[in-house]
Design a binder for this molecule. Structure first.
Ligand SMILES: Cc1cc2nc3c(=O)[nH]c(=O)nc-3n(C[C@H](O)[C@H](O)[C@H](O)COP(=O)(O)OP(=O)(O)OC[C@H]3O[C@@H](n4cnc5c(N)ncnc54)[C@H](O)[C@@H]3O)c2cc1C
Length: 417
């Protein structure tokens, strides 16, 4: 079948890979001059298959005033008159129920484990070089009450197959000596040995290269899709500035760009951008002491990942409008927090700053599978977990297109759920 994938971020590229590997003739169209230059460019680098609990949780409700009033809060809400923002916020608040949060955690864990198996298979099979490390993840807590909450989540997830350990402060330092710098501010941590890390941009571009060479897929950058031509309940072609491109099936994997594309067909995707920031700082051997395993400092909600001779630091969740711009104050805050937490870990003066927008649904679940149009498929809305879930989501999509039963409950990720 001729399949046209719209969007060349990590999710679109992974979709192209799994579809081309099955023998489909795949063409991917990407608006930017290269692949993975939007949200997949410089994210937190975590393949955190077991840290998938949704943002919408009853525990966030008492924190809402702080998000509104404190400009330095890790999560920040800047209200606007945009009805999309208010619609998304209302749906988010409706999802802040413990029964919903638990069900979503279980569904996302299923997709996370599926992704983990596929990433491990892909790394062995295709030998991609993307600063991949199977080094585990340690989430550290400074507040004993937050640590106690994390232990309860650990118990819940243990029943769903997660293998994690709660460590006291001394055990955290034994595992990752640079944490000694936190001293008595360290309440404890949750260690997940089976988490990975890697460079999402390198993963996407190398996977695309391989998919082209080995499976014949075509990747066209600089091709913005401006519209979809339909006949009845099917899409027959997409429009670009260069003309129309016909195919037998179309996959929308355009991150936040999916929303206006689907709106033209009268479909409303429940997605809103959650802006975040990252810094990438060089590590000089012998001079710097970066963490060896991936660390999340939950107090600041900042992640640290070693990528070869670089340290990636990422954080912040800003609900700040549909077309947010890099906020220099937030970047400075991230840099200050990183310097305070791990002062000798990298050359912060030489760090590169980046801002990206997570394409987020209110309940944190991606939208994967069919649409009301017979040959139009979705793979979008991955929020804070697009790198982690890209392989599982793409394989789930390939199952749906082939009409095969999926290894997990695919209905959980359907558009109408
Ligand atoms: C600060 C930050 C840290 C993060 N950390 C992590 C992490 O550690 N682990 C993790 O798993 N996830 C993380 N994420 C989330 C992750 O980066 C995203 O979920 C993921 O990149 C989304 O991928 P995507 O392919 O759906 O979207 P994108 O990467 O945005 O790709 C969509 C592509 O579609 C193209 N496009 C849009 N409209 C059109 C059109 N009309 N025609 C053609 N092309 C179009 C765009 O140019 C873009 O290249 C983080 C995000 C941020 C912001």
């Amino acid at each position: 079948m001729r399949i046209c994938v719209l969007g060349g971020g990590v999710v679109g590229v992974a979709s192209a890979y799994y579809l081309a590997r099955e023998g489909h003739s795949v063409t991917l169209l990407e608006a930017r001059e290269g692949l993975a230059l939007e949200t997949s460019l410089a994210n937190g680098a975590q393949l955190s298959y077991s840290y998938v609990a949704p943002l919408a949780d009853p525990a966030v409700l008492p924190k809402l005033p702080g998000w509104l009033l404190n400009r330095d809060s890790p999560l920040r809400f800047v209200p606007s008159l945009d009805p999309h923002q208010w619609r998304w916020c209302l749906a988010f608040l409706r999802a802040c129920r413990s029964d919903v949060a638990r069900a979503v955690t279980a569904e996302l864990l299923g997709l996370g484990y599926h992704s983990r198996a596929l990433v491990h298979d892909l790394v062995t099979r295709e030998k991609l070089d993307f600063d991949y490390q199977r080094n585990g993840k340690l989430v550290v807590y400074r507040d004993p009450a937050a640590f106690a909450g994390a232990r309860r989540q650990l118990d819940y997830q243990a029943g769903l197959g997660s293998s994690q350990q709660a460590l006291d402060g001394a055990a955290c330092v034994a595992l990752e000596p640079v944490l000694a710098q936190l001293g008595d501010r360290l309440a404890g941590g949750i260690h997940t040995p089976s988490e990975d890390a890697g460079d999402c941009h390198a993963f996407s571009t190398k996977l695309a290269e391989l998919t082209g060479q080995r499976y014949g897929a075509r990747f066209h950058c600089g091709e913005r899709v401006t519209g979809l031509r339909r006949e009845g309940r099917a899409v027959v072609a997409v429009r670009t500035e260069g003309g129309e491109i016909e195919a037998d099936a179309f996959v929308i994997a355009a991150g936040m760009g999916s929303v206006p594309l689907l709106a033209q067909l009268g479909l409303r995707l429940p997605m809103y951008p959650l802006t975040g920031y990252s810094l990438t700082a060089p590590v000089v051997s012998g001079r710097h002491r970066p963490p060896g395993i991936s660390i999340t400092d939950l107090h600041h909600k900042v992640v640290y990942a070693r990528l070869g001779q670089r340290l990636r630091i990422a954080g912040m969740v800003d609900l700040a409008g549909r077309h947010p711009r890099a906020d220099r104050r937030r970047i400075a805050l991230l840099a200050r927090q990183a310097r305070e937490t791990f002062p000798d870990s990298a050359d912060f003066d030489a760090a590169t700053a980046w801002c990206g927008s997570r394409p987020a649904t209110p309940d944190s679940k991606p939208l994967i599978g069919a649409t009301p149009y017979a040959n139009l498929w979705l793979n979008t809305g991955h929020g804070a977990l697009g790198f982690t879930l890209a392989c599982g989501s793409a394989a789930l999509l390939a199952d749906a297109i082939a009409g095969r039963p999926a290894p997990l409950d695919a209905a959980a990720f359907a558009l109408a759920r």
